[in-house]
Design a protein around this ligand. Sequence first.
Ligand code: TYD
Length: 454
Amino acid sequence: MRSRLSRISAAAGGRRAAASQSAGRKLSGWFIAVEGGDGAGKSTQIDALTAWLRKRGFDVVTTREPGATVLGAKLREILLHAKDREPVSARAEALLFAADRADHVEKVVRPALERGAIVLTDRHVDSSIAYQSGGRGLDAADIAALSAFATDGLRPDLVILLDVDPAVAWERSQARGDAPDRLEAEPAEFHARVREMFRSRAAAEPSRYIVVDAGEPAGVVTGIIEDRLEKVLPLSAREVAEAEAREKALREAREAEQREQEARLAAERAEAEQEAERRRAEQEERRRAEERRREEERKARERREAEERARLDREKAEQQRRAEADERAAKVREEEDRRQVEADAEQRRQSELAVRQAEARARGQAREQATRELEERAESEARTARLVEAARRLREASASADAADSETTAVLPVTQGPDKPGDNGHYDDDEDDDDDDDVPRSRWRLGNLGKRKS
Ligand code: TYD
């Protein structure tokens, strides 16, 4: 459809260019001239084309030269059928044909083109050039200029040339029983020149000519012409309307299809979005479940850790408690040990003290005994100086020994004993006394005796 519309547009553009070139003003119709030698079958083809074009919806005006107007009819009569009159000179013939053309174009062709019709004319300028120049020998440029003057520059948009051998055309004419007009009656050479002029003009401007072999059967010729016209003619108003209607229907169908496709795509998108939303929701639910699971795991772990810490704290407290108990027990034991040691030491001291006291008492008793014996001896043996002196020295020795004893026994009170301490409050427990027991004890007894006496 699109290519056809483009072709129509292009063809219409071409037509408008041609019309503009020829007439200096735009004509909306199409001007087609059907040309050819006598007996080429123009009338038959014009009838067929007219029917075909009208069937397609075109406004078709069929006309002819010469004789389409009142003046034209009179001129035709003069030009073709004035056998009994004086022959028309070639230039007069050319002028008469031009006069017919001028009246024809002004009264028939141009008005039809202006209203947009397709004008199909049986003969036009090319016939003048072919017959009056090619046939009669007049200057082709003069004939063309004459026609241009007659048409005010209007030229056919398209020329369909039905090319046929003049001999064949002659036979056809004879077969139909037509009486030849003045030009048809011209000799074969004349018609040969006419044919050549037609052909040379078509060859010189092929874009504006459709040359068809008119020796073919009429139906074949019609088909060929229709094919060629199909390629260059614009669409008729009806065809344009139909094409527009088809295009509109096609456009609407495409739009409907597009809407349907868009609706389908929108539905698919919506479905996809729903699916995506459902997946997102599932994913979110899985994520939340995972979070809850991790949270529960974390709490459980924290509970376990708290329990473990509590257990460790309990163990630690228990250990501490045990350690403290052990420490307390150790201290108790240590205290008990210390007390035991002290008690043992005390006991030992007491025992030693008892021993020493016993020894001191014994020594005191011994010394007392010795003293008494000495005193008794001194008293009894008449107090000699030597003995006194000895007693004095012994008393001095005894005083020293008492001092030593006093230091040893100072910590323990002497509560009882057979002997009283000396002046210094101490007993003499000198172990060395054992060695010289007799002498020191004797000396002590003497000293003590002396002291007591003094
Ligand atoms: P016509 O009766 O139209 O018959 P046909 O076209 O079928 O031959 O004949 C018109 C004759 O006029 C024809 O022989 C050609 C001639 N003629 C010219 O010589 N010069 C012209 O300019 C035109 C239009 C026609």
